[in-house]
Design a protein around this ligand. Structure first.
Ligand SMILES: NC(=O)c1ccc[n+]([C@@H]2O[C@H](COP(=O)([O-])OP(=O)(O)OC[C@H]3O[C@@H](n4cnc5c(N)ncnc54)[C@H](OP(=O)(O)O)[C@@H]3O)[C@@H](O)[C@H]2O)c1
Length: 311
């Protein structure tokens, strides 16, 4: 099955449901080569996974040639080059994995070279910007879109492990969405549509459950330390506890997974928490208090007035 002739609805079904053959053609991005611009954490991980899936990697483009060479070594395929390479204008599919702020200017610079971009596809990987930031390339004929993994990639090696099977938001024009969908399927991922004008909200949702969680882990670990829990125990203890909570959320949803004193209406225990936090860890109080109010709301309870006030 070649790109551009996907049947209606095909692009959002899992591969098994579409009965896709496991041939090289079925696995390739329609025989097109993929060029990676801005090979950082995500770009390198994507490059290596695509190469492993049999997708030909064309150029690997960085501001500095030394970075491009380093990325090619990690990816295991492709030709290292710099942004001013004229061959960029003849790339089949460009994955723009630069930092968010660089997407628009790099797109503008590429478009300003005046080449004909008809038949080419440019996809960025930012979760908060719409694909329309690549409009200068669309004006030159390129199909534009974005594919964003709802995943956390602190380094390329982690991305190689955790991008397989993750969820990807896809938006853009029809052809770019079709190519993006095939790339995601190539990686064993789950594509889903996103409203371009609401991507900031979508991105904020990731912010609320990922880096914030690490801040909570950090604060919780400090309290365990103050309570005398050995540090060799604290991290696995917290990880196991939260893994269980995450499992419950996946099965039951947020409200039905709630436990703890605020859900039981055990206000004396909450008062004790607040008193001890005030004495030993006052920096944790603001976040504790905001979350307490949110938990009580989610549980459909009402916070007693004296606790509403006590900060
Ligand atoms: N990491 C994640 O967890 C994650 C998850 C989902 C989506 N994303 C998205 O993926 C994209 C890349 O993120 P990342 O974490 O992989 O970033 P990163 O590791 O910082 O890599 C960004 C790359 O962009 C290049 N770059 C920066 N400014 C540039 C410019 N003006 N011109 C050309 N190249 C430039 C950097 O090159 P130099 O080496 O020369 O600085 C680097 O190779 C972002 O849109 C991000 O929102 C990231």
């Amino acid at each position: 099955m070649r790109l551009g002739i996907l049947r209606r609805g095909d692009d959002l079904k899992p591969p098994a449901a579409r009965g896709e053959r496991n041939t090289r053609e079925a696995r390739g991005v329609g025989g097109r080569k993929v060029t990676i611009v801005g090979p950082g954490r995500l770009g390198q991980a994507l490059g290596r996974l695509l190469a492993q899936a049999g997708v030909p990697i064309d150029l690997v483009v960085a501001r500095r040639i030394s970075r491009a060479r380093q990325a090619v070594r990690f990816i295991g395929a492709g030709t290292a080059t710099a942004l001013d390479d004229p061959r960029l204008s003849s790339a089949d599919v460009i994955l723009m994995t630069t930092t968010d702020a660089a997407i628009e200017p790099v797109g503008r610079v590429l478009a300003a070279r005046g080449a004909d971009w008809r038949g080419k596809v440019v996809l960025h990987t930012c979760g908060s910007l719409p694909s329309s930031v690549l409009r200068p390339l669309a004006r030159r004929g390129a199909a534009i879109g974005s594919i964003h993994p709802f995943q956390t990639i602190p380094n390329p090696a982690t991305g190689v492990r955790n991008l397989a099977g993750c969820y990807w938001a896809i938006e853009g024009d029809t052809r770019a969405r079709a190519v993006g969908t095939r790339i995601v399927r190539q990686l064993g991922g789950n594509p889903f549509p996103i409203r371009p004008e609401r991507k900031v909200l979508y991105h904020a949702s990731a912010f609320l459950v990922c880096p914030t969680l690490l801040v909570l882990f950090d604060q919780s670990e400090r309290l365990l330390k103050l309570a005398g829990v050995p540090s060799r125990v604290a991290r696995p203890l917290l990880a196991g506890f939260v893994r269980e909570t995450v499992g419950n959320f996946a099965k039951l949803g947020a409200r039905r997974s709630l436990t703890g004193p605020a859900v039981r209406g055990d206000w004396p225990t909450i008062e004790n928490h607040l008193r001890e936090l005030r004495r030993h860890a006052p920096e944790a109080l603001p976040v504790y208090h905001e979350l307490l109010r949110a938990i009580v709301r989610l549980a459909g309870r009402k916070l007693p007035r004296h606790l509403e006030m006590s900060r």
